[in-house]
Structure formats: C-alpha cells, structure tokens
Ligand binder design. Structure first.
Ligand code: GLA
Ligand code: ZN
Length: 675
C-alpha cells in the first residue's frame, strides 16, 4: 500500500524530543521511518559492547504510535575505535594516499576486518530486532558505490580476480594488447592498479575496465554478504538498498539482484546545481533494475545543503516532485529527513521539522501530501507503470565511456536523455532495462552507444529486430569487445548487417555545431558526434550538411527480418527527435497519446483493467496539454475539449476509461487506454 515516511535519526537529538516526534509523525501521516544506518558508534560504543537500549525505547515508542521501521545496516560509518585498531580499513586514493577519519564511507570494502566487524554489528542488530513488532525490513549500508580503492589489499585481490578470469598471463597479455608501450607481464604481481603514474591515470583501457568490474563486484559481494546474513537471521523482513538514480560507478543490476525491491534517493535539485540523482529518467532507471515498483527512501523536502544552501522550493513544487516519484512507480515516499540536524556536516540539509523542533510550513506541506496519498492509496494499490518503449542499459557501457569519454555529451545518460525527452512530450511511459529483461515485449527499443558489444548482446538485438521490433542504434556502437579492445572490423562491427550501414568516417564534434538535413529539406543543428554512414542495404533518411561530410548519409533505416533498425549517426537538437521519433512511434503502432508542453509530464500506472494518468506541471505558470478522451479527474483540473490545464506546479490524477470508443474528437488516441 502506498505510504509516506521519514528518515529518522533519534540518536542525533535528545530523547525528550522522541514522544513529540512520534505524535507529529502521526499527524503528518508518516507510517514508516528508516533509521540507524549511521548509528554504529551508538550501538557498539566499544568493541563487542552493544548498547541497544536506546533503540529498543524508540522502536517501542514508534510501535505504540503505529509507525513501522526499516533498519539500516551501519557499515557506511565505521566507528573511530575500529579504525584505531585496524588503520588499514581506510581506503587509498589513486595517489596511494591513505584517507583518514572524519566524514563517512572511509572504508575499503575489500578489507576483511571491515567485513568481519560489519557482519558482527549486523548480526547483533538482527538477533535483537528480527522479531520486534515495529521492524519490517532492512536497508543495506547507504548509497553504495564501487569500491574505488587503491590499497595493497585491493591490489592483491585484483591479481586473484585477474587470474580467475584470464587463467594465464599469455591470455591476459594478448587480450589487453600489452605489447603497447612494453606492458607485457611475466608475473601477476607486476600488474598495476590504475593509480596515478607519470602522465596521470591514462592506463591501458583494458586494465581500467577490468579494475572497474572488479571494484563494482567488490561492493556487490559486500552487499550480498550482508543480505545473506539478514536472510538467515531475519527471514520475515524485506531487504532493500537506497540507490542513487543515474549514479553509474557500479553494476546496479547486480546490486539489485538479491534485494526484495530497489529503493532510491530522489534529490532533483541540490545547491550544487542540476542533480544526477533525481529526474523522471532516474526514476525509470531505478524501476527498471528489478522491473518492479520501488521505494523512494530519501525524498527532497525543502532546502538542501551542507555548507552552501540551495533555494527553498515551493510547497507546490515539492508536492509535484513527490507525485512524480509515485507516478513513475514509487510505492513509498520517505522524506529526508524528519528533524533538521543541530550538529554535524548536514546541519543545513533541512528536514520536515526545523532546528527548533516546531512544526512549521514544511511540516504542513508534507502532511498535506500525506493526506492525498492516504486518500488514493487503496485505489493505486497494486498498480505499476507499463511501457511499450524501452531504453536498454548496461553499466559496462558507462564504465567504458567514463574511461574514454571521447567527446563531450557522449555519456550514456546524456544520449538517453535526447530520446527520453521526445518520448516524454508524447506522454509515453519509458522503461529503462537491461538486455536480460527481454526485448520482445517492447515495440520500440533504443540502445544508446552499445559500445562494448559481445556476440551474445549482438544476437539479442538481431533477434529482436528479426521478430518485428524497431531498434534505434547510435554512434559508437560495437567499437569494443569485452576486453575493451577495438574490433578489427568496420563499425558497427557485429551489428553491421543488422544496421545495413558501415561507418566510413567520424568526427568528435563535442560542443561544436554542425547540421543535417532530412528528406523533406528540414535542417537541424547537431553536435557531440557525427558518423559518416555508407549504405549497405539501409536507406538514408537524413544527410550531413555544413561539414566535411556534407551530402553523405547521417541517419538511416534498414528493414530487417520483420522489423527495422535505425542508425542515428548524429546527436541533434530536440526538434529532430520530436519529428523522427514521432514518425517511428507511428510506424511501430505506438500511438502518440498526447502533446505536452515543455516542463509538463505524464506517467501512467495500471493494473488489470484500471489505468491511471498522472500529470505534473513543473513550470512556474499554467500549461495546457492535449490529452485523449475518456479521462475522469480524481485530483486537479478536469479535461475540457480534449485538453487539461494545470496551474503552476499543478498535479492531476485521472482515471482512464477502458472504453475504446470513448470520446468524441479524440477517438483515435483513446485506443491507448486499452488494457
Ligand atoms: C544522501 C545520503 C543521506 C544524506 C543526504 C543529504 O542521499 O544518503 O545520508 O547525506 O544525501 O546530503
Ligand atoms: Zn582497498
């Protein structure tokens, strides 16, 4: 059931505040809290001495107040006594500088002492709380990222990892092309970490990719060890982890595998500017990890900031952002944080309640949202977003692109955003999924730079199109094999036959502008990258204009099997995607449901025969969207003559009639409402 919650740190305020907190949580409709993920030193003040009485007391109070708790495993903040005893838990950076105590996450996850002591505190917590009536689940650690540590322990384990993978040094030397710059190894111990050396960190890309895989897996092993322990000791509880939206240092599909569901932290704005953490794309990436609904474990609820503060978002905007999370598949919205900290680094990251403990404006805003959620929870129970369009994703592509970015704007999420925006303005749900999710359920699949291309992945794409799917490929597809070495073949290498093109030449434009022209004579500005395409079966649908490639094909379409493969050899201004994707959506028989103005968003949740539309206007003035017929307003303005107008930061929720013959002028579009 949909619910709201708060991240709660009772260890950071005086105990006399607790009863007030619980009463105010009740008033706000908060039915879940996440807690204890940074409280190791309070739970184990000295080695082996546990002090859980305070946690017992607050959990009892919460239980009396009808509030449930998710307990965080506290391994993001190892206590000072542990570091004093085992200084080698501190990680090393690329200059082999040993980091010290002071913030959090100052730990190498490959360190056996870190792991053993982590297991011990978790075991103590689980034994104590497995049957506590307030506790319903666990969050593993906090916002895990790849263990990018360069300490001697990591070095040694990296060698073991490499031996396990390549077996012989000959195989490794060969796969990595180690003859380049005389880097052939005759002993495993000679293989460096990608640390800072003369010339910087420009190591062999094969070595770098393997290191990224190794350290991604190190974090995942650390996570899985915790999961295994909790499954054994607290089998009635769910286990989740709070991921970070578009963060890509580790393989989130592997990270998600053993969890019951994914949670994520949603901060669309921070004082540091536009944030990779929160956005509708991030929400869809998070939902796609397990292809099921998620929780938002931390949701922005006011002024953010550590030393510098962000602007105070309006209550309407905050509500809009929270509804957006729900629309994209969140079943719980947990606000970060309940009480604003009077101490510590995050004093200025504002909670629901101010430093003074008095419930003020933000409290009332959260409470109002809580009321709405309570009202619609029964109706939305069991609903989830469904989509006919997918963007495919693999974290290896991010690793490899981070290692060699090649041109500004070529990042995988940057690329995805071009297509995503165009799909969004048509009011379509978009899934972001790994290839293993299976593509056949989708009518249209977009694969931003499938840069590392294995024969298995290629077969997946080929099969999908063969069976009737429509696939969009982009530049830098098939450049590398799994060892991060370039294919000795024309691009897009293993997908050449599918795409019906060969890349004859290319240009890393970055921020520089160029242009293309479509068959209709329409011109569009391009940047980032330009592929000059040679036709080998495909038809050109746009040509380069105004560059050294003028007149040559830039975008192509190839009918293949029962489907079609498009190759977009450029990155263009939004208007091109609106025009071309509009056409492709029609060909794929996905009906463009709506026309949404910039900053207005739609998303759908459905179950059985029920279907609900969420509309959000993120503009600071009113906007009107063209919508299909058959919509009944449950929240926000009702449709009038095929359109809905929402005020600044307005939210609308609509029930969609299942009757395809609906409604007057918008008949053709109503069919998308069919279950
Ligand atoms: C992250 C963390 C929280 C807190 C917030 C605000 O999302 O998970 O512990 O630090 O940011 O800075
Ligand atoms: Zn290390």
């Amino acid at each position: 059931m949909l619910q709201i919650g708060a991240d709660y740190y009772p260890e950071q305020c005086s105990e006399s505040c607790w009863p007030t907190d619980v009463a105010l949580m009740n008033e706000a409709g908060v039915s879940i809290v996440r807690m204890a993920e940074f409280a190791w030193s309070r739970m184990e003040p000295a080695e082996g001495q546990y002090a859980f009485e305070w946690l017992d007391r607050i959990l009892d109070l919460l239980h009396q107040g009808g509030i449930q708790a998710v307990l965080g495993t506290p391994t993001a903040t190892p206590p000072a006594w542990l570091h004093a005893r085992y200084p080698d838990i501190y990680p090393m950076d690329q200059r082999k500088y040993r980091l010290g105590f002071g913030i959090r996450e100052q730990r190498c996850l490959n360190n056996d002492n870190m792991r053993a002591y982590g297991q011990r505190i978790i075991e103590a917590m689980a034994r104590r709380y497995a049957e506590h009536p307030a506790v319903v689940g666990w969050q593993i650690d906090n916002e895990l990222s790849a263990n990018l540590c360069y300490c001697p322990i990591c070095h040694e384990k990296f060698h073991v990892w490499l031996q396990g993978k390549y077996n012989t040094l000959d195989a490794l030397n060969q796969a990595w092309g180690a003859s380049f710059w005389s880097q052939e190894y005759s002993d495993w111990a000679q293989i460096p970490l990608p640390w800072h050396v003369k010339g910087g960190v420009f190591h062999n890309p094969s070595l770098q990719l393997e290191f990224r895989r190794f350290q991604s897996q190190a974090t995942i092993d650390f996570e899985r060890e915790q999961i295994a322990l909790l499954r054994r000791l607290a089998p009635r509880h769910f286990i989740t982890h709070n991921m970070m939206g578009l963060h890509n240092s580790l393989d989130c599909y592997e990270l998600g595998k053993e969890l019951d569901f994914v949670s994520w932290d949603n901060y669309p704005i921070t004082p540091w500017g536009e944030s990779p953490f929160g956005s509708p794309l991030a929400a869809d990436v998070m939902r796609g990890i397990k292809q099921r609904n998620v929780w938002v474990m931390e949701q922005i609820n006011g002024i953010t900031g550590w030393n510098t503060m962000g602007r105070r978002p309006s209550g309407e905007w905050l509500r809009c952002a929270a509804w957006q999370a729900v629309a994209h598949g969140a079943d719980a919205v947990v606000f970060f944080r309940w009480r604003t900290a009077c101490y510590g680094t995050e004093q200025f990251w504002h909670g629901v309640i101010n430093h003074d403990g008095v419930p003020r404006r933000r409290f009332r805003e959260v409470a109002a949202f809580g009321k709405e959620i309570q009202q619609f929870a029964p109706m939305l129970d069991g609903t989830a977003p469904r989509s006919e369009v997918a963007i495919v994703n693999a974290y290896e592509q991010h690793f490899a692109m981070d290692i060699q970015p090649q041109a500004e704007g070529l990042g995988i999420w940057d690329q995805a955003a071009h297509y995503y925006r165009a799909l969004q303005t048509r009011g379509l749900n978009v899934d972001v999924v790994p290839l293993s999710a299976g593509l056949n359920a989708y009518k249209l699949v977009i694969a931003p730079s499938w840069y590392i291309l294995t024969p298995e992945d290629a077969a997946c794409f080929i099969d999908y199109v063969q069976q009737g799917g429509t696939l969009i490929l982009s530049p830098r597809t098939g450049v590398k094999n799994a060892d991060n070495a370039c294919y000795e073949a024309p691009l897009p290498s293993l997908l050449r036959e599918l795409a019906g093109v060969e890349v004859d030449d290319y240009d890393a434009l970055g921020k520089d502008e160029s242009s293309i022209q479509t068959a209709g004579g329409q011109k569009y500005a391009t940047s980032v990258w330009a592929d000059l395409l040679q036709l080998h079966g495909a038809d050109a649908i746009a040509w380069h204009a105004g560059s050294v490639f003028t007149g040559e094909p830039a975008i192509t379409r190839h009918h293949y099997g029962s489907g079609a493969a498009y190759y977009f050899g450029v990155f263009a201004e939004p208007a091109l995607y609106d025009a071309l994707l509009g056409r492709i959506l029609e060909e794929s028989e996905i009906q463009g449901l709506m026309e949404l103005p910039e900053g207005m968003e739609a998303a759908w949740r459905e179950k059985d025969k029920q279907k609900y539309l969420f509309l959000m206007n993120f503009n600071d003035s009113e906007r009107t969207a063209a919508v299909p017929g058959g919509l009944t307003a449950l929240l926000g303005n009702a449709p009038e003559n095929g359109s809905i107008t929402l005020p600044a930061y307005g939210v609308g929720l609509y029930e969609c009639a299942m009757n395809p013959h609906g409604i007057g002028t918008h008949q053709t579009q109503t069919s998308i409402c069919k279950a």
